[in-house]
Design a protein around this ligand. Sequence first.
Ligand SMILES: [Zn+2]
Length: 88
Amino acid sequence: MRSKTKKMLGDPCEYCDGTVELRQLRVPFHFKGSTIYVDNVPVWVCKKCGERYFDALVFKKLENIARQRQRIQKMVSFPLADYATAPI
Ligand SMILES: [Zn+2]
């Protein structure tokens, strides 16, 4: 996920020139060495390569959410495997 923001509505993807559309997704957000997940984030997704972009305001809000992570109500646990040490 790029923390870089999209310049303008309707801009093509910076990497593949594909069409970018607005979606609402659960996204991982990295902040000061830890990661939180945020649901229903408006994010621009390239239809071709899947690259994601945040609007500047959205990014700012995600930073605020991460900064106040002690207020997060829900904790979700999930299985985490390690590809490198897994058998075939
Ligand atoms: Zn793309």
